[in-house]
Ligand binder design. Structure first.
Ligand code: ZN
Length: 285
């Protein structure tokens, strides 16, 4: 009989941001308006903490600095429950839209607010919208300079609007010469009939039926002997969130499958084994 410990370990991550932070709505919602909007992420994150406790699973929470500054108690609750607190930037600005100095300022402010809040080092980073690509490899040097030990921003393959052609499917070490080496935990893709599909969570898990998610997870774990890096957002578990008057394509992308997501995540946690990002990387050093 297979026990939970025998199963391939996957990586469970939550990008803690609200519905109004997403790139998809950036044309509609200005940064100056963020503080006037109704938030759903804090309560949803507390619900996620209860779900993870019920399922006895630990995860990595990539928290947006802006949100951490407003909700320090939430960040401390994540840390106190034994999960890993990591960094998702401060203002959710795509890396490739910033200069190296702008990126350094953003990521350093986010790391500081998180570390001051939990009183412990923050070692992991995930770029907003997975926005590190071949044109922004300098971001790794900035991350190393700011004391980060790993990144989880790269999506193997070329997909619009993100994608990174050259990276391995497995956790790997990226050598940056004089800057040092950073560990990379790439997001997961699945090849179906020769086509590479994003397969790591978020809108993709909202769109796919659970049977397909389970089959994909099994395929990657059992045939490819690779972990799946799963991510989702707290707002994806809140079907009744305020509606944004964005253009129709953005609305379809954002509101698709919200009612199914909590059930899918719960089933996923029952059917597969997960660890936080830092624990997965321990084995690859
Ligand atoms: Zn994000």
């Amino acid at each position: 009989m297979t026990t939970k410990d025998d199963r391939v370990r996957n990586v469970l991550t939550v990008d803690v941001e609200d519905y109004f932070h997403v790139r998809n709505f950036a044309d509609t919602i200005n940064l100056e308006d963020w503080e006037t909007l109704e938030e759903v992420a804090p309560n949803a994150t507390y619900r996620i903490l209860r779900l993870f406790e019920e399922q006895q699973v630990k995860a990595t929470f990539f928290v947006l600095g802006w949100l951490a500054k407003r909700h320090p108690r939430l960040v401390r609750a994540i840390h106190a429950a034994g999960h890993e607190v990591a960094c998702h930037g401060y203002f959710h600005e795509p890396v490739r839209a910033m200069t190296p100095d702008e990126f350094r300022a953003d990521v350093s402010a986010a790391k500081k607010v998180l570390e001051d809040t939990i009183g412990a080092p923050v070692l992991g980073f995930r770029a907003p919208s997975f926005s590190i690509d071949e044109s922004s490899l300098w971001a790794f040097d900035v991350l190393l300079g700011e004391g980060f030990e790993y990144d989880s921003s790269l999506f193997p393959g070329r997909m619009v609007p993100f994608g990174f052609a050259g990276v391995s499917r497995q956790p790997c070490r990226l050598d940056r010469g004089a800057a040092g080496a950073i560990m990379e935990l790439p997001l997961t893709t699945l090849t179906v009939a020769g086509v590479k599909l994003p397969f790591a969570g978020g809108g993709f898990f909202r769109a796919y039926p659970y049977a397909m998610i389970r089959a994909g997870m099994r395929h990657i774990n059992e045939r490819e002997h690779a972990p799946v890096v799963v991510y989702f957002h707290p707002w994806e578990l809140v079907p009744q969130q305020p509606r944004v008057a964005a253009h129709v394509k953005a609305r379809i992308k954002h509101y698709l499958g919200l009612t199914t997501m909590e059930k899918k995540i719960t089933r996923l946690l029952r059917d597969f084994a997960f660890v936080p990002a830092s624990e997965m990387l321990e084995t690859c050093r």
